[in-house]
Design a protein around this ligand. Sequence first.
Ligand code: COA
Length: 275
Amino acid sequence: MSTPSAPDAEQAYRHLRVEQEGSALVVTIDRPKALNALAGELVDELQDVLARAGAALADGWPFRAVILTGAGGKAFVAGADIREMSAMSPDEAQEYSRRMHRLTLDLERLPVPVVAAVDGYALGGGCELALACDVVFASEAARFGQPEVSLGLVPGFGGSVRLQQRVGPGMARELIFTGRRIDAAEALRIGLVNRVLADRESLLEAARETVELIARQAPTAVANAKLTLGAVAALPTEDGLAVEAASFRDAFTTDDSRAGRAAFLAKETPSFPGR
Ligand code: COA
């Protein structure tokens, strides 16, 4: 059997770079002239990377997490592409919103964690893209915001739902109604980001270290935990606990859990088969 490989060294993208670094699949959005704004073609490329990543993970664990970042030193993603949006009809705008919903749902369904490494602007759709990632790390230069109302628009890429889930309804309302930009320290304070690092280099280093920590854990257990956390997020307590009990049961069917429990009792470091 051939060893599954990460997507996709040979695949050429116009606006993305995709590289494997250790256990991480590093996806870098690289459209610096427009501060990495989410043009349709770029959205298609991201969707293609996720499809290939999902396929690669379906028969192995060629990487254990994704790091999503932006190139150019100024922006993670400066939002939807305002130039493209200015020509859209209402129906086309709705379809654009749905495309981004599919993309963000696919990020959430990936059976490995996604770490957003935000350096510079994460505005509008950029903030919403980060919100669909499991973990958000930021450099001190990061700036977050949902400025749609300043364009006469509203969040369309998941912000109405995920910003509330991440920072609570009061803070989400303040940020969305004012369009105010916040710095990394405030984003940390309100729980929008997990960690703030001094600069880009230490940001990427922290993201890679986190991925290597994840890579030491049982692959099926991390996947199970991610999918369970996503599934229970909007459920009433008792429904969520029922899902958790079923996931806990599932964990007991895996070779990973057998290996993990046996290694603990034998005082050995576990070697997880990944199934
Ligand atoms: N869509 C399309 N192009 C964008 C963009 C976006 N969301 N954000 C930036 N760009 C382009 C600019 O038009 C400019 O292109 P040009 O050089 O051809 O004129 C280039 O990126 C650099 O941006 P600029 O505005 O000159 O940089 P700045 O440092 O002065 O300001 C921002 C940076 C992020 C504050 C500013 O670009 C901005 O407000 N962008 C829009 C953010 C936004 O509202 N996003 C939500 C959309 S719903």
